[in-house]
Design a binder for this molecule. Structure first.
Ligand code: SAH
Length: 362
């Protein structure tokens, strides 16, 4: 059945007219869905009963249900949300003193295959719809009426730029309908060049975060299979274009794995690689996932030395605040332990990137 979540005010107005109602009923629907977080048509008390009945007959709202919650002592709560077809995705509630951020998923699973990432293990099941992505924010907001979500980061399951159209539609709904500032939305990518170039043209001042994780292609390819398709030179060129068109600083994420990519001379190479490209480096010590390579987290001293090297080269460097460590709040970890990670067909897990890159982004 079709869902209402995912439609803009204009589309809801159009639908209301088609159902023989005045257009303002569509605006009321948008208010109920996106601003007030209504969870059923019956809750929409200022709509005429026959209209609500007609909606109930033809459509669903499209909200998820909470399958599991996992709270850490620092206030981080990881949610496992169940979608209409019983697939499950993760969303994380990240409260800070001055703001609340939510980390959202953009795909059920992921095809990128990063060797350090828990989501990669199950392959890709399917893309999420814009409505399902917006629902993550609405559902976590409903869990915490006392605080207002102000920030949204696409750092949950999936590669947002391989689900480009639905992700951009979701961002437009989150800004126009739910009320988030585009500047408070961060899209994190493994480096999907056509997606970065398309995003540069959207007139959407979001923050772009690039998952770098290595200062050269040879090492990067051992961590991120898509690095074979898109080389660093090409990715960083796309980032330069993004900066030139949007004037938005980027964030460079650097996952640190002991004895793999955490040596001071690798920091120096990284600093040279990024010369002339504005943006902070954010260091993320590896969150433990069992891997065939036996990846480990580097010691705090090692992280400090790496950071000092970058800073000596003039690069502003931050370290990801350790949030939710106790509940394994890294990409895909909750679904592995608490969820229904179903084995995928060979074809699904083995779909190639060419197949997965949206035609318009190729
Ligand atoms: N596909 C996108 C967004 C999802 S992952 C991307 O790659 O950017 C969000 C971030 O979490 C990425 O920087 C990713 O590399 C990181 N991440 C994945 N597994 C991790 C782990 N085990 N420990 C720490 N960070 C991890």
């Amino acid at each position: 059945m079709q869902t209402l979540l995912g439609r803009t005010t204009e589309e809801l107005e159009q639908m209301a007219r088609e159902m023989g109602q005045p257009a303002y009923r569509g605006r009321q629907l948008a208010q109920w869905i996106y601003r007030r977080g209504a969870e059923s048509f019956d809750a929409m008390t200022n709509l005429p009963q026959p209209f609500r009945a007609a909606l109930n007959e033809r459509l669903t709202l499209g909200r998820s249900s909470v399958a599991h919650r996992d709270a850490a002592p620092d206030g981080t709560i990881k949610y496992l949300l169940q979608l209409g077809d019983c697939e499950q995705v993760e969303s994380v509630w990240l409260p800070y003193e001055d703001r609340v951020s939510v980390c959202v998923s953009s795909q059920v699973g992921c095809a990128a295959g990063c060797t350090f990432c828990a989501t990669a293990l199950g392959g890709l099941a399917r893309d999420m719809t814009a409505g399902e992505i917006v629902d993550e924010i609405l559902t976590l907001q409903a869990e915490h009426p006392e605080r207002r979500i102000s920030h949204c980061v696409f750092m949950g399951m999936g590669e947002p730029l391989l689900n480009y159209d639905e992700v951009i539609r979701a961002v437009r709904l989150l800004t126009a309908e739910v009320g988030l500032s585009p500047r408070h939305v961060t899209i994190s990518t493994v480096g999907v060049v056509p997606g970065i170039l398309r995003l540069a043209e959207e007139q959407l001042p979001v923050t772009l975060a690039l998952s770098l994780h290595a200062p050269d292609d040879a090492l990067r390819e051992t961590l991120i299979p898509t690095a074979r398709k898109w080389k660093l030179a090409e990715i960083l060129d796309a980032c330069r274009t993004y900066y030139r068109k949007t004037k938005r600083n980027l964030t460079f994420e650097y996952l640190m794995i002991a004895d793999v990519n955490d040596a001071p001379d690798q920091a120096a190479t990284l600093a040279r690689l990024l010369e002339g490209l504005p943006g902070n480096v954010n260091l993320i010590p590896f969150n433990y996932v069992e891997t065939p390579q036996g990846f480990r987290r580097p010691s705090p001293d090692r992280v400090r030395a790496f950071r000092a090297e970058l800073e000596a080269a003039g690069r502003v460097t931050t370290q990801r605040m350790e949030r939710g460590h106790a509940i394994s709040a890294a990409c895909g970890q909750l679904r592995r332990t608490a969820g229904t990670l179903r084995p995928r067909g060979v074809r699904e897990a083995g779909r190639t990137l060419a197949e997965l890159t949206p035609a318009g982004a190729r």
